[in-house]
Ligand binder design. Structure first.
Ligand SMILES: [Zn+2]
Length: 217
C-alpha cells in the first residue's frame, strides 16, 4: 500500500511525477479541486455545504474539506493506496488528515518533497510566452517556436508575456507558496516520513528517484 503526499512548489514537477506514479502503482489520484467539483455537481451533503461557502465568495473551512477527503478515502479505488493532491496545504490540515488516516486505518506511508531551487523555478515558470497576433502559447524551455522569433501557427514575429507569467509575479507566487510549504515539510520531517528528491533533474530521473523510495516499502 502506498499512501502518499508530494510536496513541492509550483513548477517543481508534482503533476508529471503524480501521473507516472499512478501509471505504475495504480493508486488513486485524489485532487482536492476535482473532489470539490464532483461533490458539488452530485449535490452530496458535503458538496452542498462547500458550495454555500464558495457561492458567497468565502474560503471553504478546513473541516468541510476534511470531511470531503474522509469520504473520498473510503472509496474502493483507494485500496492499493492514494496520492493526495492539494491537501494538506497547512499544518492544521495536516493534523486533520492525521485524524482521518487514523480513523480509516490508512496511515500515510510516504511524504516526498520535490526540491527545486527558487531561481530555477522562476526560470521554468516565466518561460511561457504568446504570439501577439494569434495567441499561440510557447515555452522557452519546453516548447519554443520551431524558428526563433517566428510563430509556428501564423508566422507572426511579435510576442508577449501574460502578467501572471512575468518573473516578478512568479517570484511573488513562489514566496507565498514557500511560506505554506516549509511548515508542512517540518511537520512531516518531525514525523520521520519525509524524503526529498532533487527536482532539477530530468522528469524521468525525478521519477526514478521517487520510484526507488516507494519500492523500498
Ligand atoms: Zn501566431
Amino acid at each position: 500500500m502506498i499512501n502518499l503526499i508530494l510536496l513541492g512548489l509550483p513548477g517543481a514537477g508534482k503533476g508529471t511525477a503524480s501521473e507516472r506514479i499512478v501509471d505504475k502503482y495504480h493508486i488513486a489520484h485524489i485532487s482536492t479541486g476535482d473532489m470539490f467539483r464532483e461533490a458539488m455537481a452530485n449535490e452530496t451533503p458535503v458538496g452542498l455545504e462547500a458550495k454555500s461557502y464558495i457561492d458567497k465568495g468565502n474560503l471553504v473551512p478546513d473541516e468541510v474539506t476534511a470531511k470531503l477527503v474522509e469520504e473520498r478515502l473510503q472509496q474502493p479505488d483507494t485500496e492499493k493506496g492514494f496520492i493526495l493532491d492539494g491537501f494538506p496545504r497547512t499544518t492544521v490540515q495536516a493534523e486533520l488528515l492525521e485524524g482521518i488516516t487514523k480513523r480509516l486505518n490508512k496511515p500515510l506511508t510516504n511524504v516526498i518533497a520535490i526540491d527545486v531551487d527558487e531561481d530555477v523555478l522562476i526560470k521554468r515558470l516565466s518561460a511561457r510566452y504568446m504570439c501577439k497576433n494569434c495567441g499561440a502559447t510557447y515555452n522557452k524551455i519546453s516548447n519554443p517556436t520551431k524558428v526563433e522569433g517566428t510563430c509556428d501557427r501564423c508566422g507572426g514575429h511579435e510576442f508577449y508575456q501574460r502578467e501572471d507569467d512575468k518573473p516578478e509575479v512568479v517570484k511573488n507566487r513562489l514566496e507565498v507558496n514557500e511560506k505554506m510549504n516549509t511548515p508542512l515539510r517540518d511537520f512531516y520531517e518531525k514525523k520521520g516520513i519525509l524524503a526529498t528528491v532533487d527536482g532539477e533533474q530530468k522528469p524521468e530521473e525525478v521519477f526514478a528517484a521517487i520510484d526507488k523510495i516507494l519500492s523500498k516499502d
